[in-house]
Design a protein around this ligand. Structure first.
Ligand code: ADP
Length: 218
């Protein structure tokens, strides 16, 4: 199998399987690896290439041609030792892009130290996102980076019946309305002439503090 542009996904639990199946749907070639025969069997219908192997075994990884993959995702979570050893082996094989999931801050710090290029904390990040969604009018909250977030929120009462220009939200709250959706409709880009109605859903962009303040208005 030609490896260019392909991804090696190691550990096919809930997270790894989500990564592998989504990459497959996006048209990418994926090689899924899991130590469990039961998991490999369960994944064989949804994935083109899936093999049973212990990823901490460097020889097994070599035989799978792991060294030729440009990208590898280490999606082993609960077995921290296996996650670290696998990452270490992939670094040793000089895979150019290694992303690994961590379950605790300490686990993440070790993965970085070992040489993972990016460490993901899916449970922590989802917890943060969900907590934001529980507060105020926030429907969903996406942190792009430390100083910039996208927030899906219902329109505040004070803006109802006004155009975006007249509502002056950027000036007053330092948030930019990016898109708007009428009840039952679809999202469209917002322009200065767009009228905000009660019940509309907005996607706003801005700094976290500003976006949180805006989503907390009545
Ligand atoms: P999730 O929370 O995403 O379900 P888990 O950590 O529970 O993740 O599962 C990770 C998967 O990694 C399991 O299916 C497990 O069989 C697999 N796994 C664990 N250790 C190894 C290993 N050394 N080599 C390959 N796969 C492994």
């Amino acid at each position: 199998m030609a490896k260019n542009g392909q991804t090696l996904v190691i550990g096919l639990g809930r997270f790894g399987r989500g990564v592998a199946e989504t990459l497959g749907k996006l048209g990418h070639e994926v090689l899924g690896v899991d130590a469990s025969a039961r998991i490999v069997q369960a994944c064989s219908t949804g994935m083109t290439h899936v093999v049973q192997a212990d990823a901490t075994d460097v020889e097994a990884l070599r035989q799978l041609g792991a060294a030729d993959f440009p990208t590898a995702v280490v999606a082993i979570g609960s077995d921290v030792q296996a996650s670290i050893l696998t990452t270490y082996t992939l670094v040793d094989l000089k895979i150019p892009r290694i992303w690994a999931k961590a379950i605790t801050a300490e686990h993440g710090a070790i993965l970085e130290r070992v040489g993972a290029h990016r460490v993901i904390f899916p449970e922590r990040d989802m917890g943060v996102r969900m907590a934001h969604s529980l507060v105020g009018r926030t429907i969903d909250y996406l942190e792009i980076d430390e100083n910039f977030v996208l927030v899906e929120t219902t329109a505040p009462r004070e803006a109802a019946g006004k155009t975006l220009q007249d509502a002056g939200l950027r000036k007053r709250y330092r948030v930019t309305v990016v898109a708007i959706k009428r009840p039952g409709g679809r999202f469209t880009y917002a322009t200065p002439d767009t009228v905000i109605n009660a019940g509309d859903v907005l996607v706003i962009a801005g700094e976290p503090k500003s976006a949180e303040l805006f989503a907390d208005l009545d």
